[in-house]
Design a binder for this molecule. Sequence first.
Ligand code: PRX
Length: 648
Amino acid sequence: MKGMDILLKEDRVFPPPEPFRRAANIQDPGIYEAAARDRLAFWESFARQLHWFRPWSQVLDWKVPDARWFVGGETNLSFNCLDRHLGSARRTKAAILWEGEPGEERTLTYTQLHREVCRFANGLKELGLRKGDRVTLYMPMVPELAIAMLACARIGAVHSVVFGGFSAEALRDRINDSQSKLLVTADGSWRRGTVVPLKKSADEALEGTPGVEKVVVFRRIGPSTSSGQGVPMKPGRDLWWHDLVARQSDRCEAEPLDSETMLYLLYTSGTTGKPKGIVHTTGGTMTGCYATTKWIFDIKEEDIYWCTADIGWVTGHSYVVYGPLLNGATVLMYEGAPDHPAKDRFWEIIEKYRVNIFYTAPTAIRTFMKWGDDHPGKHDLSSLRLLGSVGEPINPEAWIWYHRVIGGARCPVVDTWWQTETGHIMISPLPGLTDLKPGSATRAFPGIEADVVDDQGKSAEAGYLVIRSPWPGMMRGIYGDPERYKKQYWERFPGLYFAGDGCRKDAQGYFWLLGRVDDVLKVSGHRLSTMEIESALVDHPSVAESAVIGKPHDIKENSIVAFVTLKGSVQAAAGLPDELKAHVVKKIGSLARPDEIIFTAELPKTRSGKIMRRLLRDIAEGKALGDTTTLADASVVQALKEKYGEPE
Ligand code: PRX
């Protein structure tokens, strides 16, 4: 497995720095054992710290693969993120500090955020939204995205956030799969000094979404800027956010909701061509996000906390919005790119707002490393006290750089492993307790039973990561596809949750994640399926067949390499690779743009017709070819290998 050799050699250990340890929220190593002795009591103790309109009668009801947490309990996530804080000094505390890419600043206190959420929730009601209805949010990184999510949660509507980088077609499919009645979007978003035309993509998507009745448009860009032309509004369908909320009351009682009420859907890529809507519910998500944020990020009342993830991904759901707000924290949100107007933008922001906790992705860290130490060197980063990493394995070299250059060798680094499906962090250090090893996500969070198993499902030193028992924030299913849920996650090793990641466990029981073992690709931290990209390519009229693989990449973790066979009469014209790349961007979004297209007369297949991706990977990586004896036609590979000398 990739990365294994480097990781096996990594033996540096970083104990918690003494000043950090002494002030940490969690200092007692006994909590691991206590949680293992009674997992349910452990999770229950966190749920009890939150507000419930009605207590639960049973902590967990579990029949593989269906979990119900806090059975019979009634709560409201929006209430717990907002109203719960209004009776204390947090009332006037900043909940969200926002900075737009062009430099505007906004602050929303908990009182103000509560008011905005109430108004938008009333707006949703005016538009006829009821408990259980789905709402798609296709928004920039603005406070209104968090407001819309909290407003949905307040009335029991289900939000489905679609990342603004997805194309119109990808948006359309997600709207239709979720049967959303309402779309909330914006006239655009700033990214690297230009406008991302969200409304334009939304309009295109809406040509094929018969279920959508209304569209609420937040004015982010406005008609007056040089790039903002104003956006067309379709009478009877489209309305402005500001018009809708202007006529609403700023009081809206939070609806008591059963703990298992669906909270959100979030589409993610699996091993087939069709993205799956991961279902999360109220009480479990709330308890899991609250607990993990509190313990792993060591949140203190005065902290300024910044998670750089876009809310369009699960990290943004759990650790920009729900987890921090449940903890009454001050969350920083930044709209744009890290290199606009210059490559020190993040460090400038950290200095300006005196950020204490910073959570980002290895891809970003490796990019910063490449840009050089001068950029962070220009800024005072001494406010930082804790760093986090998420989304892919972090190589020890990047870890050490992050720790030294950004953290001034004084901040613990929490490398947090989890997934869209798990809802919250599952494997991570506790920063005041855990000795860190660069490249390892260290130990399972208390109350989480993670393990590594071999092909037969037996506990092993190296193999597949599994989770042995249910946890509060776990997915409750794939929207509209219970069979796929069962098959994908619970049948590979009966009764165990199969994460799809390769993993090694060292002598101390530390987990070393080794990347995906299925056809899911991580590219710059974004999750894609090889099949999805293949379907997009085959959709082009010139393409007969395609096979997509990930090729290890220093910064992005993987680059996308597509092997393509053309239809009989088609010649590979000079412009065709670019045309095919553009086609993938149109079908999925620029995040899925192939880095290389390799034309081949045939794809290497086994005698039973299965594409041998392992061989394609060897070819793309320029490695000696492995075993080719099962190939139907060995000359195909030889021809490809010769040709690969001159890609495209
Ligand atoms: O392969 C693992 C990798 O990201 C996958 C989940 O992707 P997604 O659902 O997009 O969620 C990403 C953010 C939680 C996992 O199956 N992954 C995530 N965090 C880590 C990781 N791999 C290694 N180390 C991590 N800390």
